[in-house]
Design a protein around this ligand. Structure first.
Ligand SMILES: [Zn+2]
Ligand SMILES: [Zn+2]
Length: 184
């Protein structure tokens, strides 16, 4: 019996992890969802819609929700995390839809360097304590949103128990920019 599985994890946002099954908007578990029973087709369709309608691509594009951009250039945008883990919590997002940090190639080293520099610049601009910051990427399959984004958080001493778990540096699920750079 084929049907889609949407994993959920406890995250700062308590969000659905769909990328395990829905790679690039294509469901790898049930590519022909029309053969599914109605109840399961509904689940499949809603999950497909979520994967096809990438919220971060929308913010980088028309930005229909009017998300405030703290920085924007030809390949990156920066905005606030909707569930901040500390006083300063920003997302540096590539304009290009790259699934995650693991998908980066050596040719994208300069992009990664610009993401790090932009994260530090925005933290500085916003008056964050630069002696107490954390930068990091989700590591697959533990994405919240399947679109590359660098979390920039400060001060880490503000972080609650759940945030300390979700954004635990160099865990299975959240890694430092240095780690990502070392793989390229
Ligand atoms: Zn996207
Ligand atoms: Zn995230």
């Amino acid at each position: 019996m084929r049907w889609c599985v949407v994993l959920t994890v406890l995250c700062a946002n308590v969000v659905k992890l769909q990328n395990v099954v829905f790679r690039g908007g294509q469901c790898v578990t049930c590519p022909d969802s029309s053969s599914l029973p109605a109840s399961r087709r509904r689940l499949s369709v809603s999950a497909h819609t979520m994967a096809a309608n990438c919220i971060f691509c929308q913010i980088c594009g028309d930005n229909p929700g009017g998300t405030e951009l703290l920085a924007s250039n030809e390949d990156l945008v920066v905005f606030r995390d909707i569930k901040p883990a500390a006083k300063h919590h920003y997302l540096v997002v590539s304009r290009e839809h790259i699934t995650d940090a693991k998908a980066l190639t050596s040719a994208q080293k300069p992009l990664l360097q610009r993401m790090i520099a932009t994260a530090e610049q925005v933290l500085r601009d916003q008056g964050a304590d630069m002696s107490d910051t954390r930068l990091g990427f989700h590591w697959p399959p533990f994405h919240s949103i399947s679109h590359l984004h660098l979390h920039a958080i400060s001060p880490t001493s503000d972080m609650g128990l759940m945030a300390r778990i979700v954004f635990k540096q160099n865990s299975w699920w959240f890694v430092s920019p240095e780690y990502v750079m070392s793989r390229l």
